[in-house]
Unconditional design. Structure first.
Length: 256
């Protein structure tokens, strides 16, 4: 019979120790490499925006084309969907999903990881918007209600990318069926892309805003995942040391 971790807080809480050991990676190198690459993309987007090249050759022409080709029935659909990626909508969806995951796995750890991810994502959004202070697209290219906060980066896109990726990662931390794994990976890619598309369609952001938002969201998600994987690896080592310590007295008694 497999030994079950009784801890309700740590990275292996509610996970059979053999699964916890196999799920723990050898290093956090891969997410860090992906995260640093995403940061580079965000820096390039900012450089293109700050140099004036992107607004002239990319941002304005694209948004003008979108504004001229909006479809009457699609506009309210996009406006409704973009609310899911807003503060209230995304918080509600993630709270429900995290609560179900924590209850299903009998662990508080998903809450700890998601709170860390959400706090960092929101802080990153607020600070960068205030520091860069890029104006939003003009009202004639946007759909009301008009937003007044900084445009770079797109907060909806950044938060949707970071928090969706972390949530899907947490679900996949435990064994799931192959079909469920595929569905979750599709959601992890599709949801941030759809949110980004709604921000462009509604004229709430420029293209470079959503590119930077998605890149920074990916970078922050990778940082959180790397931290969690490191914690899981440490918990695996601690569990292995504990099992070895329990086995040694028994071996000594048998030898006697």
């Amino acid at each position: 019979m497999r030994k079950i971790s009784t801890a309700q807080w740590g990275p292996t809480a509610g996970v059979p120790l053999p699964e916890a050991a196999s799920a723990a990676p050898r290093s956090a190198r891969l997410p860090l490499i992906v995260g640093l690459s995403a940061v580079l993309v965000a820096v390039l987007a900012y450089a293109a925006m700050a140099s004036g090249w992107a607004p002239t050759h990319l941002d304005v022409p694209l948004l003008e084309w979108i504004a001229a080709h909006r479809i009457g029935w699609l506009t309210p659909v996009m406006a409704a969907f973009t609310k899911i990626g807003g503060t209230v909508g995304l918080t509600l969806v993630l709270a429900i999903c995290t609560g179900l995951l924590a209850w299903r796995r009998r662990s508080w750890w998903p809450w700890a990881v998601m709170v860390l991810a959400a706090a960092g994502s929101v802080l990153l959004t607020v600070v960068l918007k205030d520091v860069i202070a890029r104006p939003r697209p003009p009202h004639e290219l946007a759909v009301p209600p008009f937003e007044t906060s900084g445009s770079f980066p797109s907060g909806h896109t950044l938060n949707a990318t970071a928090l969706t990726l972390v949530l899907v990662y947490l679900v996949l931390r435990w064994p799931v069926r192959h079909t469920a794994r595929i569905a979750l990976l599709v959601v992890a890619v599709a949801f941030p892309l759809i949110i980004a598309a709604t921000r462009l369609y509604l004229g709430a952001h420029w293209l470079t805003d959503v590119i930077a938002g998605m890149a920074l969201g990916l970078a922050w998600a990778c940082a959180v995942i790397a931290w969690d994987r490191r914690m899981l690896a440490r918990a695996r080592l601690a569990a292995g040391a504990g099992n070895q310590a329990e086995a040694e007295p028994g071996a000594a008694m048998n030898a006697a």
